[in-house]
Design a protein around this ligand. Structure first.
Ligand SMILES: O=C(CO)[C@H](O)[C@H](O)COP(=O)(O)O
Ligand SMILES: [Co+2]
Length: 215
């Protein structure tokens, strides 16, 4: 079964506690939390106070996706507010190896995210140190975008690298995931599926999460 990570970006911020409870009651194992700075991506989402509050309202894993420049500046801050998995972008990280080690030293799981144009091969020399690779299946910055079909090819290649270098690596797919593409994503090698708009726009989000879980 894949790990389902509903993206809170698509939640109703006027009724956030209700949407957190919905995820708590569902088969989702993780909360996916998108932090955008308006510089690395052309959008600003939410930051530390929201994540800190969500951490107080759940026992589930907090999967934090940083879409910010100089993410290394905030590693200890995200640990302090409850992040369990901290994923930063390859494209935003000059000293990626050092940042991965810093995340692990803080006691979090370390992830690296790749934009749609970035080949998985760039991770060859750090893949053994990683807990997770997040493949962006849309261009980062916004929810509700159309899934990019080339993602399957990237999962295949990453799954080959995983088999050789790091069998425990989690392959996470983020963007445009829904119940139509989820089965093929899982069959191709995805271990974790992020879904925002598909979940929170569903008539019954809890049931939708269950359908994704049984993909
Ligand atoms: O990182 C992200 C955007 O940059 C989000 O996690 C992603 O877009 C999820 O939203 P949706 O499922 O609506 O595509
Ligand atoms: Co994300």
């Amino acid at each position: 079964m894949p790990i389902i990570a509903p993206s809170i970006l698509a939640a109703d911020f006027a009724h956030l506690a209700q949407d957190i409870q919905l995820v708590n009651n569902s088969k989702a194992e993780w909360f996916h939390l998108d932090v955008m700075d308006g510089v690395f991506v052309p959008n600003i989402s939410y930051g530390m106070p929201i994540i800190e509050r969500i951490n107080q309202l759940t026992d589930k894993t907090l999967d934090v996706h940083l879409m910010i420049v100089q993410p290394e500046r905030y590693i200890s801050t995200f640990k302090a507010i409850g992040a369990d998995i901290l994923t930063l972008h390859f494209e935003a990280s000059t000293h990626l190896h050092r940042s991965i080690q810093a995340i692990k030293t803080e006691g979090m799981q370390a992830g690296v995210a790749l934009n749609p144009h970035t080949p998985v091969s760039v991770l060859e020399d750090v893949i053994a140190d990683l807990d997770l690779v997040l493949i962006m299946s849309v261009n980062p910055g916004f929810g509700g975008q159309k899934f990019i079909e080339n993602t399957y090819r990237k999962i295949e290649k990453l799954a080959e690298m995983k088999a050789v270098h790091n069998p425990n690596l989690i392959i996470e797919i983020d963007g445009g995931v829904n119940i139509d593409n989820a089965p093929k994503l899982v069959a191709t090698g995805a271990d974790a599926l992020v879904a925002g708009s598909a979940v929170f726009n569903a008539d019954n989000p809890e049931l939708y999460i269950e359908q994704l879980f049984y993909s």
